[in-house]
Structures are given as C-alpha cells and as structure tokens.
Unconditional design. Structure first.
Length: 174
C-alpha cells in the first residue's frame, strides 16, 4: 500500500519541487493567485486522500486489544504505539451477542460481537469463515446474554481490534 501511495504522491512532490525551483512558474502563480490557491487545495486533497488510509492501516498494525471475560466482568486492554489503556465494566451492561457478516478482498467471514450501548465498548469475540447457530447459542449461554437481531450488527462501528496474539489472561470465559 505504501508503494502505491508513493506512486501517486511522488509526481506531485516532483511538481511542487519544480514549482519552487522555477522562477517562471512562481511568477505565473503570483500573477494568478486564484490558480495558486486551487493548486494548493489540490495538493492538500491528494495528500489527505493518500495519507488517511495509510493512517488507518498504521493504527491497525500497531494496535492490539486483549479481552478478558470472567467473574461477570469484562476487562479490555487497548495498546497502541504510545499508550496502554485498561477499562473494566460489568458483563451485565452488555445487551447481547450478534453475528456480523464481513466482506473483504480475501473473502467473507463471520464475526461474533458482544454488543454494548456504547459502540466503542462493543467487542469482537470471534472471527471465522462460518460461525454456526449452535456455536453462537453456546456462546450466549456461557456469557448469560441473549442472541440479538442481525440488524444490530450494522450499528457496531467501534474499534476493529488489533493483531491476533496469544492470550495473556488464560481463560476466556468462566
């Protein structure tokens, strides 16, 4: 992705370097200040267009989320490059479990979500090629929460989590 972004941005950087080095170009821009503003806006737009997805990719690659569910409490450790944030809330504050179908370049997969009224507190419990109804019902039984309507899955817009890591907590559900 970085190579693709560089292929888009490098010609613009070359044009900007030429503009700064060429006195004729600078004089033409000085004679037409509106054109200079349009060119500056175009540069800013292209930089934003390339950097925004790279920012999201960088955050996803450098962040991690560890989740521990036990004794009626959900403990989450959100780590990123600069900080670690830990939060705990009772399991009973969650509304239930929902299955969301996700599509990406690599195909489709299911995600089991633990849904909270605050979307940033919702948690992805599991991802798989297919999560069947018996598995979901067992998950609901273990957590003591209901299975929610699939329409609730579209409301989830919290953090997607991070990289898969071995659990530092041990038991996931008790």
């Amino acid at each position: 992705m970085a190579t693709f972004a560089a292929a888009i941005v490098l010609p613009q950087i070359g044009l900007a370097a030429y503009a700064l080095a060429s006195s004729d170009f600078r004089q033409a821009l000085a004679a037409r200040p509106v054109a200079a503003l349009e060119l500056a806006a175009a540069f800013a737009f292209w930089i934003w267009l390339v950097c925004w997805p790279l920012r999201k990719i960088f955050i996803a690659l450098t962040s991690d989320r560890l989740v521990d569910i036990r004794d009626g409490e959900v403990t989450v450790v959100d780590k990123n490059l600069l900080s670690t944030r830990v939060w705990r809330i009772p399991l009973v504050t969650y509304e239930g479990v929902v299955i969301r179908l996700r599509t990406s370049v690599s195909g489709t997969h299911h995600e089991a979500l633990l849904v909270h009224p605050d979307p940033w507190r919702s948690i992805i419990l599991a991802t798989a090629q297919h999560i069947g109804r018996p598995e979901v019902l067992e998950l609901c039984r273990v957590l003591g929460l209901p299975l929610l309507s699939p329409a609730r899955a579209s409301e989830f817009d919290g953090p997607a989590g991070g990289q898969q890591t071995p659990s530092a907590f041990g038991v996931v559900c008790t």
